[in-house]
Design a protein around this ligand. Sequence first.
Ligand SMILES: Cc1ncc(COP(=O)(O)O)c(C=O)c1O
Length: 439
Amino acid sequence: MDAITKNPLLPYLPKITTSLPGPRAQELIERDLAVTSPSYTRGYPLVVSRGEGCMIEDVDGNVFLDLTAGIAVTATGHAHPQVVQAIQQQAARLVHMSGTDFYYEPMIELAESLAVLAPFPPSQNGTRARVFFTNSGAESNEGAIKLARYYTKRPQIIAFLGAFHGRTYGAMSLTGSKKIQRQGFGPLLPGVTHIPYGTPANLDYLEKQLFTTVSPPEEVAAIFVEPIQGEGGYIVPENGFLERIRDICDRHGILMVVDEVQSGMGRTGKMFAIEHWEVMPDIITLAKGIASGLPLGAILSRPELMTWPPGSHATTFGGNPVACAAAKVTLQLLQTELIENACQRGTQLQAGLKQLAQRFQQISQPRGKGLMVAIDLLDTEGKLSPKLRNGVVDKAFDRGLLLLGCGRAAIRFCPPLVIDSEQIQIALEILAGVLEATL
Ligand SMILES: Cc1ncc(COP(=O)(O)O)c(C=O)c1O
């Protein structure tokens, strides 16, 4: 691990040498604000110039410890030398040809690898999945909605409050996280019903109320669920919840679609978060960590479900050869060392956060699995405090620690999976300093 994260070009620990934002960052932010969409949500003024391992350098030469991984994406760290080499070699050979109309080896190889890893039962020829490649998480979910409707010939979909599945119309219609993400964009996809997440008892509402009134199970194509809710707050469901969804799906011929866009690719200490439970879904959607930062997503389905004929679903860029080459190396690194590292560093992180929760009453106990971990910030009455959370995230930035919020008042910790024990320790120390100065 040390060889990956302790690199010669950037300092290994944070180093802030200007006021923030520095002069060059300030200038670029002004230019950005004049011409880019105001819908982007920049929490603090970080203007990135370079990334290596878990470190980010800004345009003024300040160096930050990154516990965001570019929203849980750069699984192998920024610019992992083996990933960079694979990208360079593939780019020099073939950048694009479109896997929709033509064949090329990087896409075939990656589909083969995913078809072996998929947590579905093996089929007669030994493979476990068929794969459709996309460019993003939203596009993966969009395709999964189409596949579920096409295969079952049913119109309705069940999703969960707190869920985040993406910004395109189908994916947005499944999203139930924050009203700003939907408000003003209706009408959305018809036939989507949201229910509360996380406890098996919530599924009584589905079976006893919805199935008997507005959503007859014979008309439900799929239940879309994140095995650990991501944007909704890094919420780990109670045991029995995912098992019960599987059981409901089995009894009614409904497909269980598991959105692993954020929780997949080793982040939770297993290749797919659903593997923490004894549940096999029917379809899995992927993106984010799959190609270490190149835009790539995938829909994995049990082989027999992909019955859609040529032309029924396609994409120009999905499965781009350069992205597939990056993903191939990413999968190898995950399997050889990084999934294990996510387990170990996640345990260390949660232990450190538990100690902080003892010291500071205004943070909750940590939750999560592997390196998908969060704490809530609470006001003096014990209520969730988005204001406090935002203040802590901002101050951590000033001290060289990059964090992201999620849910109403949570801080999420989703570093590159190459993070080492010293960096976890430094992150905890910076956070402790910020909490001491804030609370
Ligand atoms: C669980 C989940 N699904 C889907 C998405 C959408 O992915 P993308 O932004 O690549 O469209 C996200 C993004 O945060 C996500 O966390």
